[in-house]
Design a protein around this ligand. Structure first.
Ligand code: SDX
Length: 426
């Protein structure tokens, strides 16, 4: 929807009248598609902090108000009333499922949880100490070589079955990567269990014994997975869109998203938060010294779990997770000193001018690591947990992009600051 125009005039006096577009919620945007044709000018926006790359109906974030909506539903309400598979259906199809749709979706997902036997062999090719994220990136990419019956990305049915396969198999692949890392047997999925229970059984179960899911662990993981499912055009989702925009198959596109998520500035932050808190606990460094390091421009150290490109207020997910931290540690015990240190660090930063001025608040990763540790999830699986959950966000955006009439291959411009044209020395 267009509402008004912005004018930009170049050095030669050529002016572009650029339409201003409005969405359902959120700031208006200047549509700069005509800028180059009218004035020869480009825009410059490293990190795309002020640039909308697409129109999307999946998620909306208001960073100033700390609001997160999935298809219009507030994350707080989904966290209280829904579960991960229902949120997955909502993200993929745009509406909450009715009873029949929910049962059908759950049945379909449960019928795709197994993986080709060769993937089990493929995993054996990794070094014994390969990080589970390295194995997951490789294994999901390798899935492209198994499904020749559904690789026509222009066929909506092929796109849907690929999405369902990815949602169904990600927990199996994730658990297998961990099993390989620990030398444990790879358990086949048990479809009599729920989606999350099935994952915890493949992670922690052994063939020699019956596995009884722990309801406290299951409900905590269910919440963690709901809270990490989607988050607009974050780095990994933008990576999936850019990869998919060239026509790459869904498995290759999701593998690219997993690779991007691994970075400590993004999904790798939950593991980095725990490493940071451990280091503070055991180094004897005071919180004041840690915060001073985080503020020191000559020190690359940043406070892991703080700050966000969009949230300039509390990350609503962090609030939900903080409450669960309290409940869980009361239930399961777990790393009380780590949690208490986290609370002290949060209190100190919220009172510190540097953080206040830059509106740096605890983000979802600040607390998720503490919960995952309390759930006995191994640290090198923290980002894998994030990937299992974000998988549905990635694939929903990949599907939305292919249904978007304005979709084009992504190809950003640049400002060239290199050497001027010169001739090869005679
Ligand atoms: C996730 O995009 C998403 O939605 C991501 C995510 C999702 O669900 O997909 O929400 C998940 O990735 C959460 C973020 C997890 N990462 C971390 O916790 C790592 C620590 N945080 C920082 O690396 C940083 O805050 C980012 C990467 C999250 C945001 O970086 P920006 O938006 O580019 O911020 P910036 O670098 O422009 O920082 C602005 C200022 C700078 O200082 P000045 O130059 O103004 O003096 O704030 C400072 C930064 O130095 N700053 C920090 C800081 N984060 C920013 N200083 C100390 N510690 C920090 N954590």
């Amino acid at each position: 929807m267009s509402d008004g125009a912005a004018k930009i005039t170049n050095k030669d006096g050529r002016t572009a009248e650029l339409p201003i577009l409005s969405g359902t919620h959120g700031p208006d945007v200047v549509d700069v598609r005509g800028l180059r044709k009218e004035t020869g000018l480009f825009t410059y926006d490293p990190g795309f902090a002020s640039t909308a790359s697409c129109k999307s109906a999946i998620t909306f974030i208001d960073g100033d108000e700390g609001i997160l909506l999935h298809r219009g539903y507030p994350i707080e309400q989904l966290a209280e009333h829904s579960n991960y598979l229902e949120v997955s259906y909502l993200l993929m199809y745009g509406e909450l499922p009715n009873q029949q749709q929910r049962e059908q979706f759950e049945h379909t997902i449960s019928r795709h949880t197994m993986v080709h036997e060769n993937i089990r062999t493929f995993l054996g090719g990794f070094r014994y100490d390969a990080h589970p994220m390295a194995m997951l990136v490789g294994t999901v990419g390798a899935m492209s070589s198994f499904y020749h019956d559904s690789t026509d990305i222009n066929n909506p049915q092929h796109r849907e079955i690929s999405a369902q396969r990815l949602i169904a198999k990600m927990p199996t692949l994730a658990a297998y990567c961990y099993a390989r890392y620990t030398g444990r047997p790879l358990l086949y999925p048990d479809n009599s269990l729920s989606y999350v229970e099935n994952f915890t059984r493949m992670m922690f179960g052994v063939p020699a014994e019956e596995y009884t899911p722990n309801p406290v662990v299951t409900s905590a993981l269910e919440l963690i997975m709901i809270l990490h499912a989607d988050h607009e055009q974050n780095a990994s989702t933008s990576t999936v869109r850019l990869t998919g925009s060239s026509g790459a198959n869904p498995f290759a596109s999701i593998a690219a998203g997993i690779a991007s998520l691994w970075g400590p500035a993004h999904g790798g932050a939950n593991e980095a938060v725990i490493n940071m808190l451990d280091a503070i606990l055991y180094s004897g460094e005071t919180i004041e010294q840690t915060i001073a390091r985080a503020k020191d421009k000559s020190d690359p150290f940043r406070l892991m779990g703080f700050g966000h490109r969009v949230y300039k207020n509390f990350d609503p997910r962090a609030k939900l997770i903080q409450k669960m931290c309290h409940d869980l540690l009361a239930d399961l015990g777990g790393d009380q000193p780590l949690f208490e240190l986290a609370m002290e660090l949060e209190k100190a930063t919220l009172a510190d001018e540097y953080f206040i001025e830059r509106r740096l608040y605890p983000n979802v990763d600040f607390y998720s690591g503490i919960i995952l540790r309390a759930l006995d999830i191994p640290m090198n699986m923290f980002t894998v947990m994030f990937a299992i959950s974000r998988n549905v966000g990635w694939i929903s955006h990949w599907m939305e992009m292919h249904e978007d009439r304005e979709f084009r291959i992504g190809r950003p411009q640049q400002i060239y600051v290199g050497a001027p044209r010169r001739d090869y020395p005679a």
